[in-house]
Design a protein around this ligand. Structure first.
Ligand code: ADP
Ligand code: ASP
Ligand code: MG
Length: 440
């Protein structure tokens, strides 16, 4: 039995957290390959090492004052952990190299990646495991895509020769040997890649909550954890802001059929959430989870009989495409079509898009609404449950929330509703109430 275990930033933020991590690893012989993040927040006002690295590098790159102090602060985060754990480890040489590379403008990705790199060295030393630099075993292509084939081969061969190892998360290398990171939260992806490469029986993802919760705990108080969730449901939820697991982390394990277990470093006996390809397990509620994001704009286009106008949709989308804007959703009616886009991408191109639309499709009216939040209500049981949309509407009406848009995914796995940003929290709470609290 082989398990790959990934520990997030809060799980490795201090010496005390490192001790919990070692206890967890030692409690199960199958936990052979360990993927650490950089030290995260020790308390809520604290700064993650990754963010310190970005800020410090920006000072170095712009030749600004304060670089040396910022660098010392980062060094301190590690030496505090090393000293408190009483490790026989001196990172002076590593820090000198990194400092020189910052001054030599080695790039933001290189800078950020050092958080995981150094934490990997510390954790490997503490556990007595081999350290495998992700830069030697995780690869990207020239165009910056993850190179699955080459990685699988090199990483698989390397790890098969090692009984136990630590592979830092978040980064890999480009064909020209420069360092590249995944997007934020990307250590989850590394964990998944390692699990696939060694053909693990299970990928355990250890964090600071007892699993994937039905809703964001920062919005709903003490939401219930989800016992079992499918890859598809999870992807919908993580894409829409349930950030507990990176949305791309399921791809490598999905192909290999490896389950992911989200677990809590601070409550290791809690069962957490199992993420699986499919399950016969009946979910306890009609919905599996709720997630949402702010910062959207909707462009409503109206034209009588647009439905019968050949190529109308294509001509509309062409305008967005030409301006480099991808769309998030596109609900439509007989005479109306709405395009939901990211506000920050849309704003600088707004007038070009409006004139483009007028030129291309001659609409009767175009109306733009901003400051929109999208909420995804996701659940494999929604397919067979009748009246789900109706229940969502009545929950929102009850909470005096005005629905601006609704879109049901063709998979019948999710319903997306658009509400004003100011109603976001109230909307999520009311949906949780009706589907979970009232169902208990
Ligand atoms: P790590 O540092 O371990 O990778 P993250 O901060 O990336 O952890 O993810 C865990 C956090 O995700 C939780 O502390 C919680 O605040 C947040 N979160 C948002 N939505 C959810 C959800 N539906 N279930 C659980 N956690 C969630
Ligand atoms: N340390 C990186 C970040 O803060 C990667 C991760 O935590 O997964 O985004
Ligand atoms: Mg994370």
């Amino acid at each position: 039995m082989t398990k790959v275990v990934k520990f997030g930033g809060s799980s490795l933020a201090s010496a005390e957290q490192f001790r919990k991590v070692a206890d967890i690893i030692h409690a199960d012989d199958a936990r052979r390959y360990v993927v650490p993040s950089a030290p995260g927040k020790r308390f809520s006002a604290d700064t993650k090492v990754t963010d310190m690295l970005y800020a410090c590098y920006d000072l170095a790159a712009k030749g600004r004052e304060g670089f040396a102090e910022a660098f010392e602060k980062i060094k301190e985060r590690y030496t505090d952990i090393i000293d408190e754990l009483g490790l026989d480890l001196d990172l002076t040489e590593e820090f000198n190299t990194i400092k020189a590379c910052f001054i030599g403008k080695a790039g933001r990705d290189y800078a950020a990646s050092r958080g995981e790199y150094l934490n990997g060295i510390v954790l490997a030393n503490y556990l007595g495991y081999e350290f495998v630099d992700a830069g030697e075993v995780i690869f990207f292509t020239d165009s910056g895509e993850f190179d699955s084939e080459r990685t699988q081969k090199v990483l698989g061969d390397r790890l098969k020769s090692l009984e136990r190892a630590v592979v830092p998360g978040f980064y890999g290398s480009m064909p020209n040997d420069t360092v590249k990171t995944f997007s934020r939260g990307g250590s989850d992806i590394t964990g998944s890649i390692v699990a696939a490469a060694v053909g693990a029986d299970l990928y355990e993802n250890w964090t600071d909550v007892s699993g994937f919760l039905i809703s964001d705990p920062r919005i709903v108080k003490d939401p219930l954890p989800i016992t079992t969730i499918t890859y598809k449901e999870l992807r919908e939820l993580s894409y829409m802001g349930a950030t507990v697991l990176h949305e791309d982390a399921i791809f490598p394990v999905r192909k290999a059929g490896i389950a992911i277990n989200i677990k809590n470093t601070n409550a290791p006996d809690d069962p957490g959430t199992m993420i699986v390809e499919s399950t016969s397990q009946k979910p306890p509620f009609t919905i599996t989870g709720i997630a949402g994001k702010k910062g959207f704009t909707v462009v409503n286009i109206e034209k009588d009989m647009m439905n019968s106008e050949l190529g109308f949709g294509r001509k509309v989308l062409e305008v967005f495409e030409k301006n480099g804007i991808s769309f998030e959703h596109m609900p439509s009616g007989i005479d109306t079509m709405s395009i939901v886009v990211h506000q920050t991408e849309f704003e600088p191109k707004e007038q070009e898009i409006l004139s483009g639309l007028h030129r291309n499709v001659h609409p009767d009216t175009i109306d733009i609404e901003t400051d929109l939040a999208l909420i995804a209500i996701v659940g494999r049981a929604m397919k067979s449950a009748r009246g789900t949309a109706g229940r969502i509407f009545s929950a929102l009406a009850h909470a005096h929330v005005n629905v601006k848009m609704i879109d049901q995914g063709s998979s019948e796995l999710n319903i997306i509703v658009g509400v004003a940003e100011k109603d976001f929290e109230a909307a999520i709470k009311s949906i949780y109430e009706i589907f979970v609290v009232h169902q208990l």
